[in-house]
Design a protein around this ligand. Structure first.
Ligand SMILES: Cc1cc2nc3c(=O)[nH]c(=O)nc-3n(C[C@H](O)[C@H](O)[C@H](O)COP(=O)(O)O)c2cc1C
Ligand code: SF4
Ligand code: SF4
Length: 287
């Protein structure tokens, strides 16, 4: 069974692509995380956890959920980590997590996708995002093939810098950067309530039709990036920057549909298109 957590759609897409390829069930963990539902789950097939990387490790809310939730049936767990640039030494901590869970670690695979961390960095333009998504195809294929054939993921060698990023830097990053104090709403807000709806931690309440942020934030960037009016800012940094959501998610939002429960193939973002994009970007690189 494929379980995914996703703030802005990259990991949702990766999970659905792998699920489509190997014909396995794909489940969004959003409601379980939001509702604190840690009831036992069962799968005869290997578990595949698809998630963004936050500060070179899996998000803490997901780690805590996995620690508390009993996964029965197949003991094998694969991790697919989407990221903007790299996952550091995340695998070391996932091995330990699997040991704590009594599960069998089958590796973690890095999938570079568009950067969504608008609080600190600059998300790519739409065209650039589509190019990066196309380039992620081989990694997604590799993930599907390994899981489908029961082989462990082939992991990248870990450098000294990777160890520091996933270790000391991760430990400092959470207390220093992960908070909601810098979010604010502008006059562009139309009081639709979507920001509160998409928060996996119920950290946003609507007061007088406007969002108010609490103290329980994991910096998933869902509120700021998925606001249909770009009415949310993060300090001065986000001003004028493009909001990032996975392209099909943005198209769905424009149509007034919910992306959460839909596949991507019906939305003009199918495998063939991605392979063509990947080919185009490789050809572009060769010029
Ligand atoms: C809080 C936070 C921390 C992040 N840390 C990293 C990181 O350490 N390395 C990296 O390459 N990308 C990092 N990113 C980028 C995301 O991992 C990446 O864009 C991911 O694909 C987003 O997935 P999603 O759309 O499923 O939420 C971070 C993003 C956020 C919001
Ligand atoms: S999603 Fe945007 S427009 Fe809707 S309530 Fe939140 S800030 Fe306002
Ligand atoms: S407040 Fe915004 S950034 Fe923080 S967890 Fe909720 S949706 Fe994510």
């Amino acid at each position: 069974m494929i379980l995914y957590y996703s703030g802005t759609g990259n990991s949702e897409y990766a999970a659905k692509r792998i699920g489509g390829e190997i014909g396995d069930e794909v489940l969004n963990l959003f409601e379980k995380l939001r509702d604190g539902d840690v009831s036992e789950m069962h799968s005869e097939k290997p578990w595949v956890i698809v998630t963004p990387v936050y500060a070179w490790r899996i998000p803490r809310i997901l780690g805590e959920w996995l620690r508390k939730t009993k996964l029965t049936g197949n003991p094998a767990v694969y991790f697919v980590l989407t990221c903007g640039a790299g996952i550091g030494n995340a695998g070391k901590y996932l091995k330990t997590l699997c040991a704590e869970m009594g599960m069998e670690y089958r590796g973690c695979l890095e999938v570079v996708m568009p950067e969504n961390y608008i609080a600190l960095f600059s998300p790519p333009s739409d065209a650039e995002a589509r190019r990066i998504i196309g380039q992620a195809e081989p990694a997604l294929q590799q993930a599907a093939e390994a899981v489908g054939s029961g082989k462990p993921f082939l992991e990248k060698p870990v450098t000294f810098t990777d160890r520091v990023l996933s270790g000391a830097v991760n430990a400092l990053f959470y207390p220093l950067f992960i908070h909601a104090k810098k979010f604010y709403v502008t006059d562009a807000c139309v009081s639709c309530g979507k920001c509160a709806e998409v928060c996996p931690l119920q950290n946003i309440r609507m007061e007088g039709g406007k969002p108010v942020w609490g103290e329980n934030c994991t910096h998933c960037m869902a509120c700021i990036c998925r606001c249909p009016k770009a009415a949310i800012e993060y300090g001065k940094h986000s001003r004028g920057l493009p909001r990032y959501t996975f392209p099909a998610m943005a198209e769905n939002a424009a149509d007034g549909e919910k992306a959460q429960n839909q596949g991507f193939q019906s939305q003009g973002f199918d495998k063939q298109e991605l392979q063509n994009q990947e080919k185009g970007s490789i050809e572009g690189n060769e010029e």
